[in-house]
Design a protein around this ligand. Structure first.
Ligand SMILES: Nc1ncnc2c1ncn2[C@@H]1O[C@H](COP(=O)(O)OP(=O)(O)O)[C@@H](O)[C@H]1O
Ligand SMILES: N[C@@H](CCOP(=O)(O)O)C(=O)O
Length: 293
């Protein structure tokens, strides 16, 4: 059995804790019942000794498996990870979603994607990464009474993501402590109206609107100051023709979007200017969580 979950880019500028989309970087996990517990990791995190034992995936998997079956069973887990950790590309959401889905599969219980998403909310209180991780595509999400309510838009293949991944991580929970405790009415209205415009632009495929629509006054500046090169990443992306360029989640990655025909040129400019950062052109993912039985 293989369970896979895509990476995500959350916020998309003004849509703090509510907007996100899925990109074609996937973490896969394969598992079998076994006499002894074991973890093997290939790709991102393979040299991280902290992940070899009772990591975030294993803890969540065990919680759900024992709740669902009332049994204790060891498993052999093999992880194939493409999503870099603590770079704002939703590695924690992918792990949470895949652990919940894996535990249900291991217990032989078929469950809807919406149910998995609501379980994921217990481990990540904001829905902007877990929703596209489960559903794929562009999503707008809100939480009411511990449930996620969301709307999805399928993303076309003629637009691409260009991710500029710095060599330094930014931990999401730490990055959340950098934010102001309150916002002025003027800034709240600014983000509300720009979020609404961003959602409209995605649903109507009005990509030329995104540069204006994705401006933010809530979180980006405070976080980008941790890694000031990010201001030049955004400037370079826009000067090279990006349709939008925003901090991905809480960073450190910068997410840009472009037409297919412009993506290689923008990525080259970014790689030349920021040789220490990894620049990748990615397709968008419209599938979200995939369970291969
Ligand atoms: N592949 C993985 N396996 C196990 N745990 C992981 C994995 N990827 C991420 N995590 C957990 O998630 C944490 C990173 O979460 P966070 O800072 O929110 O990063 P991101 O922005 O990538 O979601 C890591 O410290 C680790 O605990
Ligand atoms: N809305 C959250 C998104 C965090 O995304 P991540 O990929 O950095 O975990 C926030 O901005 O804190």
């Amino acid at each position: 059995m293989i369970i896979s979950v895509p990476g995500t880019s959350a916020n998309l500028g003004p849509g703090f804790d509510s907007l996100g989309l899925a990109v074609e970087l996937r973490n896969k996990v394969e598992f079998h019942p076994s006499k002894f517990f074991s973890v093997s990791i290939k790709g991102e995190g393979e040299n991280n000794p902290r992940l070899k034992g009772n990591n975030l995936f294993v803890g969540i998997f065990n919680d759900h498996y024992s709740r669902l079956t009332q049994k204790k069973q060891n498993f052999k887990f093999t992880f194939y990870n493409q999503i870099p950790m603590s770079r704002g590309l939703g590695s924690s959401s992918a792990v949470i979603v895949s652990a919940i889905a894996s535990a249900h599969e291991a217990a032989g219980i078929r469950v809807s994607k919406r149910r998995i998403l609501n379980h994921a909310l217990v481990y990540e209180s904001h829905p902007d990464n877990i929703t596209p991780a489960v559903m794929g595509g562009f999503n707008v999400a809100a939480v009411e009474k511990n449930k996620v309510f969301s709307q999805k838009k399928h993303l076309p293949s003629y637009i691409k993501a260009i991710v500029t991944i710095p060599n330094k991580p930014i931990n999401t929970s730490k990055a959340r402590t950098l934010l102001p405790k309150s916002y002025s009415k003027e800034n709240a209205i600014f983000n509300l109206s720009h979020t609404a415009l961003t959602v409209g632009a995605f649903f109507n495929e009005d990509w030329e609107m995104l540069k204006l629509a994705t401006q933010d006054r809530f979180h980006q500046k405070a976080r980008m100051k941790i890694l000031p090169e990010l201001f030049s990443v955004q400037k370079t992306a826009y000067e090279s023709g990006a349709l939008m360029s925003t901090l991905s989640g809480s960073g450190s990655t910068f997410f840009s979007m472009a037409y297919d025909e412009d993506a290689a040129m923008i990525a080259n400019k970014l790689s030349q200017k920021f040789p220490d950062f990894i620049v990748k052109i990615l397709d968008f993912d419209n599938d979200g969580l995939i369970i291969e039985r």
